[in-house]
Design a binder for this molecule. Structure first.
Ligand code: 3PG
Length: 305
């Protein structure tokens, strides 16, 4: 089978080697399309692909229509909001993700960004420490759990709210389980977002929600830009000079957020999962899932059933 690795944001070279080796051992031919700048390149490359490994690459209905032989797409990562899962289902294309494989990398970045923030972006003036601060984790999935683990090393007090995760699972990890998102924002100094982008969560982090953060509150987003109501957050930051917004996903209104100097920071390109380890873990898991799909019909990680 022909397996296309289509990554606008490439994997680390060592990860590509590992993926290639895994797939070739499974008897497949590997085609690499990296750093493509227009969708035509992707449309041409998918034409004879039987399987694909992608990252945040947009796998739209148009791409799926052009991929006449495609049987499986594996998103090497957690969030699959970049793949038109309904259209894939109509075309009998299996969509899978590789949950948990890059979550430590994202969690570590949360703390890289937080230290940078509380030390005033290293401007030389006295900042503050994370020790003793209350950290709210919105959604206790793979990333949220890693965030909680690392937060303990910093001596932070950890809280979480997750409507799908039982409170006893959260408490067993040594984290205070709260009964609502509102409570999380009210009780914590810092809130870290780890919810996926779904019809329910899009724009859900709005004026009312964020305004519950206490004085000097920090909102950190390493999840998706779509979950933020940007006009609301801009209005709130204009009204409240104490609030900070730190993100790994450049907002559409980046230029307007940049006006809040010292209170806003965005990485230039999403960096959360951009480590050699995360690329290798997620990429090799994707390759193994493709091998298992063609060898045994395994669809364990299918997300478009
Ligand atoms: C994910 O959903 O796994 C992360 O957001 C990583 O995305 P990336 O592969 O585009 O870096």
């Amino acid at each position: 089978m022909k397996v296309l690795i289509a990554t606008e944001k490439p994997f680390a070279a060592a990860a590509v080697e590992g993926i290639r080796k895994e797939l070739e051992e499974g008897g497949h031919e590997v085609v690499l399309l990296e750093k493509y700048t227009d969708s035509q390149a992707l449309l041409a490359a998918v034409a004879n692909a039987d399987a694909m490994i992608v990252r945040s690459d947009k796998i739209t209905a148009e791409v799926l229509h052009a991929a006449k032989q495609l049987k499986i797409v594996v998103r090497a990562g957690a969030g699959y909001d970049n793949v038109d899962c309904e259209e894939a289902k109509k075309q009998n294309v299996v969509v899978e993700n590789t949950p948990g494989q890059n979550s430590n990398a994202v969690a570590e970045l949360v703390f890289g960004l937080l230290v940078y923030t509380v030390r005033n972006f290293y401007n030389g003036k006295a900042g503050s420490e994370l020790k003793g601060k209350k950290l709210g984790i919105l959604a206790f999935g793979n990333v949220g759990r890693n965030v909680a683990r690392i937060a303990k090393g910093f001596g932070m007090e950890t809280f979480a709210y997750d409507e799908y995760c039982p409170a006893d699972v959260i408490e067993a990890a040594g984290v205070h389980a709260l009964t609502s998102r509102d409570e999380l924002f009210k009780q914590c100094d810092i809130v870290s977002l780890h919810i996926p982008a779904t019809p329910e969560t899009k724009q859900s982090i709005n004026y009312q929600v964020v305004n519950q953060l206490g004085k000097g509150g920090i909102l950190i987003n390493t999840a998706r830009k779509e979950i933020i109501n940007e006009p609301d957050l801009l209005r709130l930051m204009a009204e409240r000079e104490d609030l900070k917004y730190i993100t790994d996903i450049k907002p559409d209104a980046d230029a307007e957020f940049c006006k809040f100097e010292g209170r806003y920071f965005s990485t230039p390109k999403k960096m959360g999962a951009q480590t050699a380890e995360a690329n290798t873990n997620a990429g090799i898991a994707a390759a193994q899932q493709i091998n298992a799909f063609f060898k045994e019909g395994c669809t364990k990680f299918q997300v478009n059933k």
